[in-house]
Design a protein around this ligand. Structure first.
Ligand code: CA
Ligand code: CA
Ligand code: CA
Length: 330
């Protein structure tokens, strides 16, 4: 009987300690290498609002290491430091959409504990997305580092305790974010994400920030040096409108047709420029006609009945001129 009571207690205590994916390099990690084939693009613009060297003593001034441009293009270990409560707003050459799995990844410059692959020195930022550049929605973050102590430089953290915070993974590895988690947020179009905003987490017990459940988030503090706060290296897009899904070769949108999302599941939206569509046809890769319609493309096209695969959308105008764009259905 004692054994079962003990077992019960162990099970209860385990179930209250949620575990998330481990550090890059450990089996089960969700880290995305900067060379991952799923990456289709990197942020093309970044605007940083620097935070404080020490939010409790603003007279010391603001973080200053790096410049905004260090966060655009492929992650390269050149960073821009946000400082306590600093923010960065990033945009891409086209909006991001909610495809299968993670949709973008944020790269910081955390470094591993040489003595324990599970641990690393990490700095965190909240991640928010917007489909209008005005209203931002926060990814609900979790931090279960079960110490009330605020770590200082040199204290390593275990990635299994952290979820939906940028900076979870060490340098050269991005932390993934899945827009699917936000698909029911009113006013947010997860298939038309135009802006990503990062907000530095503060580990101070008095000025600190908390996770979605009110837990204080452990984050190095104070660290009043020019490189303090979240060190942003780059942001990668995995699902960006107008880009061919990875593995089959990327193609940009044609000048006249923009088709999204791609890949798509139930419906594709098509915007055309300079074409008066008279007829649309969808063919599979063998040339077989799967759909044929003169209904136009304004309200989108229902593709829910098509089997998963690669297709061609062919548009004709009244004069018989023809435009073609590829897409895939999953
Ligand atoms: Ca997704
Ligand atoms: Ca911080
Ligand atoms: Ca960089």
């Amino acid at each position: 009987m004692k054994f079962f009571v003990l077992l019960y207690i162990i099970c209860c205590s385990l179930s209250t300690v949620a575990q998330y994916a481990p550090q890059a390099g450990v089996a089960g990690s969700t880290a995305i290498s900067k060379n991952d084939a799923r990456i289709v693009a990197w942020a093309t613009s970044c605007t940083v609002e620097r935070g404080w060297l020490d939010i409790a003593d603003k007279q010391q001034g603001r973080a200053s290491l790096g410049e905004d441009g260090n966060a655009t293009g492929k992650a390269d270990n050149y960073i821009v430091s946000l400082g306590d409560s600093g923010t960065a707003i990033l945009t891409f050459s086209a909006p991001l959409y909610n495809g299968p799995g993670p949709d973008f990844a944020v790269f910081e410059n955390g470094f591993p504990n040489p003595d324990d692959p599970e641990e690393a020195f990490l700095e965190f930022a909240f991640v928010e997305v917007s489909s209008d550049g005005l209203n931002y929605t926060l990814f609900p973050a979790s931090s279960l580092t079960d110490t009330p102590q605020v770590p200082v430089a040199g204290v390593f953290m275990n990635a299994r305790k952290v979820h939906n915070l940028a900076g979870k993974y060490i340098m050269n590895y991005g932390t993934p974010f899945d827009l699917d988690e936000l698909k029911n947020v009113p006013g947010l179009d997860v298939n038309n994400i135009t802006h990503i905003r990062l907000v530095d987490v503060i580990g101070s017990l008095t000025h600190g920030t908390t996770d979605k459940d009110g837990n204080p988030i452990n984050d190095p503090y104070p660290s009043a040096i020019p490189s303090c706060g979240f060190d942003l290296d780059g942001v990668a897009a995995l699902h960006m409108k107008g880009w061919w899904p990875s593995g089959t070769g990327h193609i940009a949108k044609t000048n006249e047709i923009q088709l999204y999302p791609n890949p798509a599941q139930d419906r594709i939206q098509v915007s055309v420029q300079g074409i008066t569509v008279d007829r649309l046809t969808i063919k599979d890769v063998t040339g077989r006609v799967m759909m044929n319609s003169d209904a136009g493309v304004n309200t989108g096209i229902d593709i829910s009945h098509l089997p998963a695969g690669v297709y061609y959308l062919i548009l004709n105008d009244r004069n018989g001129k023809e435009w073609t764009e590829r897409f895939s259905k999953y």
